[in-house]
Design a binder for this molecule. Structure first.
Ligand code: 0L1
Ligand code: MG
Length: 265
């Protein structure tokens, strides 16, 4: 029998000890449902230590990444308060294994989404939108994993920062969210250029996908939930030199930035 708690503890210790581990799938045949159980158990371990769930994130939302991974659907992970960095705040790079960073669009829910209500349009629950940065940090060696591995590892979720929130209604009245220019820059040098179109063709589609995944895997989506919709460009290695600034800029939405903190060797 697959020991879900044991696998979750192994991943949790990799996070806490900042040490990469072997893929679970190398030794344990995991189904996707079991992988989500491991993810849930890992989030519970965090919450037992006083952390709190603040949001969800999607992965594999770009066609390029889905093809690269050979997957036909998005994956969902959970964001907790301890992963959050204030806009402009410092990243504790010494607590991360081999982090990468990607520019995203974030939504905040103004109402609960009931994933079981077939009449509800999950998109209408989102009231605010913001530019965001996600720092992913696979707990597996060489950032190499199967679909089940990465789901068990909470979709590589590690840190995130959200820029200034704006009213989604106001933004949508003047801008086409479906195709906004996105840049990721490091100390002012552009590292990646993309478009919000890379996020499922339209970032608002992420809300429908989140509701579908929440229904399947039993995730609550209360008002206040932050939704990271997905990456608009490829992820790049997070610089670790203290003081380096990484910024995501989304046309019409603004910017979200983080700065690398001092090393603690
Ligand atoms: O947020 C993401 O798009 C990452 C999903 C997990 C895959 C990865 O770690 O690259
Ligand atoms: Mg992401």
């Amino acid at each position: 029998m697959t020991d879900i708690a044991c696998l979750a503890t192994e991943l949790d210790e990799a996070v806490r000890n900042v040490t990469a581990m072997a893929q679970l799938s190398a030794t344990v045949p995991l189904t996707l449902d079991q992988a989500y159980e491991v993810q849930r158990a890992g989030v519970s371990l965090r919450c037992d230590r006083g952390d709190a769930v603040v949001g969800v994130k999607l992965g594999f939302t770009s066609k390029a990444k889905a093809i690269q991974m050979g997957v036909g659907d998005v994956i969902i992970g959970v964001l907790t308060a301890s992963m959050r960095i204030d806009d402009g705040g410092e990243v504790d790079t010494h607590r991360l294994i081999h982090p990468r960073v990607e520019p995203e669009v974030a939504f905040r829910l103004g109402d609960d989404i009931d994933p079981h209500d077939p009449r509800a349009d999950p998109r209408s629950a989102a009231v605010e939108v913001a530019p965001a940065l996600e720092i992913i940090d696979s707990r597996y060696r060489d950032f190499t994993f199967s679909l089940e591995d990465v789901v068990a590892d909470n979709t590589s979720a590690a840190r995130f920062a959200v820029g200034p929130w704006q009213s989604l209604a106001e933004v949508s009245s003047g801008l086409d969210l479906a195709n906004l220019g996105v840049t990721l820059d490091i100390d002012g040098d552009i590292a990646e250029i993309g478009s919000t179109a890379a996020i499922l063709g339209h970032p608002l589609h992420a809300l429908t996908a989140v509701a579908r995944m929440a229904r399947r895997y039993g995730l609550p989506l209360p008002a206040g939930t932050i939704v990271l919709a997905g990456a608009a460009t490829a992820a790049v290695p997070l610089p670790t030199t203290p003081g380096t600034c990484v910024t995501a800029a989304v046309t019409g939405l603004g910017r979200a930035s983080v700065t690398m903190g001092q090393r603690h060797d």
